[in-house]
Design a protein around this ligand. Sequence first.
Ligand code: BGC
Length: 461
Amino acid sequence: MEQNISKNAEKTNVFVYVIAAIAALAGLLFGYDTGVISGAILFIKDQFALSPLLEGMVVSAVLLGAVIGAASSGQLSDRFGRRRVLIATAIIFTLGSIGTAMAPTVAFLIMGRVVLGLAIGVASFAAPLYISEISPIHIRGALVSLNQLAITCGIVLSYVVDYSFAGGQSWRWMFAIGVLPAVTLWIGMIFLPPSPRWLMSRSLADKAREVLSRVRGTSDVSEELTAIQATLREESGGWKELFQPWLRLPLFIGLILGLFQQITGINVVIYYAPTIFEFAGFTSAAVAILATAGVGIVNVLMTIVAIKLVDRVGRRPLLAVGLIGMAISLSVLGFAFSLPTLTEALKWIAVGSLMLYVASFAISLGPIFWLIIAEIYPLKIRGRAMSLATMFSWICNLAVALTFLILIQKLGRAGTFWMYGAICIAGWFFCYFFVPETKGRSLEEIEEHWHSGKSPRELGK
Ligand code: BGC
């Protein structure tokens, strides 16, 4: 099997890596524009003398925008194509970055953040969608997960930029830097081909053949095209199809996986890391910044490990191991917080468990949610189905961000982290029973599997 993978890999056309890397800039922007606010808000708050309510609005406007963006663009990506939607997204990212950097008033700034959020909502599913449709089977997991790697790099980049401009309190520059990847994505996407699968779904078979030959580096693509054509014959397209009995299960799987990706608490750590380190007894701002950067870097490094493993060991084993790691680390963190005083050793146990938690997320739910939803839906309605799952995950993201501090008040620190830990265990069972192993299967084989009415776990057996 492994030999096969490396043999195939040798044959893989480099062009497909270039395509995936350019499209993944959308992920970089997703990470950057969600992360940048953590540093910028400190100065914005002072400059505009923000009330806590307005401060909360400036921070969460992006999440609201993302919900709207994801909800409204699925149909567009099915109708106008993944590539065009990504180009439009890059333009919105550019405008949003310029708008927020130049915002004269708070209202303008909040609007700018909503606009950036719209772009993030669209980019979050359109990039994995485009990459999965262009990838050869044997490296699809790795290429789609490049997008998650870019998200994590974007988050770290935002910390670095925030840190660099903090001295001069230049929050406008923090937003302005986002223009660079946005314009690069814009220009890059103009030169990339449309998704061959989308072309087939629009009955543009000749063009699809041309693109597929180019990205596969061979004219021998008839088999792949015939398989795509065969599944298309069974699809009617349209919203109605999405709710057909044969698609209820994949729809449910995408929505619930998105739910678990969020309610297991990742963004509590990403958005509130300094607060959690403060709970653990670190009072110096420098340590908090360092530890937050540490979280970001562990996230990047372990996503690289996931990319290396996802097409070898498969999606399900990574989910299983990652969720166990998340549950254990949250239990330990809760335990540390349940003690009346934190000794020096316990402080470091708290830091270690937080790192283990992020590492476990990065090899499992982080990349694999986006990957699975890019794989399990039928071609004609793939954009719509993905946008639904994505919208739901952004709603959950918003809910978690808004409820964390309230939960800390109501359940206490230990109780809150134990609760997230218990949710990880529920997530483990969900993945065990419902998430299919899509490694080594073509998108068309996965679609056929739903038609067969067999259980998700039987795929790949
Ligand atoms: C999630 C984000 C999260 C990020 C962290 C993404 O897959 O959707 O909510 O902030 O991973 O790496």
